[in-house]
Design a protein around this ligand. Structure first.
Ligand code: GDP
Ligand code: MN
Length: 379
């Protein structure tokens, strides 16, 4: 899960990391009144859940409340990487002498949380990693000890050129790491970590991502969720308790089990089709879930054919069949539907489908070939 910069700044501040004061605005008038509260030069920043806002014209300085209002009006009219800007952060502008980069993130290959730092901050770190990887410092954190002041200072000395900056950086890193662990983050990033003329360092931009599996344990983080991160289908699926990811193809998939769902998508690709989604109805057996899954999929205009692939273990084929029958009564099911049904209570499930005039394939490859062909007829 992602959150906006203004939300990330508030979390950093809660953990004691210096952040310039600011507030979020939804209208140009609100931006103006926040700017007059701050009472000095401000920076008006698009709050969208993507990076590179600066380059896209989404970060602008303003010298007066009136100017803040006009800059906010311009930015609120922008669309950045297909996301319409609905909010702006109005923050006290700081004079930046030097821009650093600091982050705490998970390195899956090393199976460790790592610290990443650079004295060439401000810019896109992914780009820097390609053009000048020597400027990036990385260190693993001992998962049992956590990040203690000693290793933090050692790392910080490799990133910052002065003792004064290094001490502040080490302090910030210890706090960032604590935030990372306590709130189940996957990324805590400050870029730029800005050095001011008086030598103090502040977080001039912040990005925090969370491990989706950790969010349910933190209601205060759940409250930060922004629905614009998700498609309409994904929101409906979450409400229905389904594990769902939107993709851009035209074959709707309903599968039990995440591994089988991945394999099903691979096969659709292999046979020349394109999956419209990942959907795992889960191990539990519940006709309601199939109905909800079919409701979401039939509501998606770009889908041309539907594949239901069930390998029943805990999931019972008769429950799935009942869900399909229910859906055919309640929903507008004009799309071609291909079913593969094997496993627990298969015979009962097939009998239920047959009474409705529906058949089911046994072999997954047959079912996938069929659904890909049907999806092409509908194009
Ligand atoms: P991003 O492009 O989405 O990463 O947005 P940032 O918040 O990092 O802003 C991009 C750039 O705008 C930064 O690297 C800074 O150079 C500049 N910037 C951001 N905030 C301030 C500020 O308060 N004062 C000044 N002078 N520049 C700023
Ligand atoms: Mn940035």
């Amino acid at each position: 899960m992602k959150i906006h910069e203004y939300q990330a700044r508030a979390l950093l501040a809660e953990y004691g990391i210096p952040v310039p004061p600011g507030k979020v605005a939804r209208t140009p008038e609100e931006a103006r009144s926040i700017a007059s509260e701050i009472g000095s030069q401000v920076v008006v920043k698009a709050q969208v859940l993507v990076g590179g806002r600066g380059k896209a014209g989404g970060v602008k300085l303003a010298n007066s409340p009136a100017e803040a209002e006009s800059r906010a009006r311009e930015i609120l009219a922008l669309t950045i990487k297909e996301l319409p800007v609905e909010k702006v952060l109005v923050a006290k502008s700081v004079e930046i002498k030097k821009e650093y980069y600091l982050s705490v993130t998970l390195d899956r290959a090393r199976k460790r949380v790592v610290l990443i730092g650079s004295a060439s901050g401000g810019v896109d770190i992914e780009e820097l990693a390609v053009v000048d990887p020597g400027k990036i410092v990385i260190a693993e954190v001992d998962p049992l000890k956590g990040l203690t002041p000693g290793p933090a200072a050692e790392f910080s000395d490799r990133v910052f050129p002065t003792k004064r900056a290094s001490e502040q950086g080490a302090d910030a890193l210890v706090k960032m790491y604590r935030l990372f662990v306590e709130k189940d983050c996957s990324l805590v990033e400050i870029n730029p970590y800005a050095e001011l003329p008086d030598g103090s360092l502040v977080a001039a931009d912040a990005k925090i991502n969370f491990d989706d599996n950790g969010v349910p344990m933190h209601p205060e983080i759940e409250r930060l969720r922004n629905d614009e991160e998700y498609s309409r289908d994904e929101i409906e699926a979450r409400t229905a308790g389904l594990s769902f990811v939107s993709l851009d193809g035209d074959v709707g998939c309903i599968v039990n089990g995440a591994g089988l769902a991945m394999a099903t998508m691979d096969l659709i690709k292999l046979f020349g089709g394109s999956p419209a989604n990942f959907l795992d109805v889960g191990g539990s057996s519940n006709p309601e879930k199939v109905l909800n899954a079919l409701r979401i999929i039939t509501g998606n205009r770009k889908i041309k054919a539907i594949l239901i692939n069930i390998f029943g273990g805990i999931t019972r084929c008769d429950d799935i069949a009942n869900g399909i029958v229910m859906a055919r009564k309640k929903l507008d099911m004009r799309l071609p539907l291909v079913i593969r049904l094997v496993g627990t209570n298969e015979k009962e499930g097939r009998a239920i489908l047959e009474r409705e005039g529906l058949g089911a394939a046994e072999r997954l490859s047959d079912a996938v070939k069929m659904v890909v062909a049907r999806s092409k007829e509908g194009r």
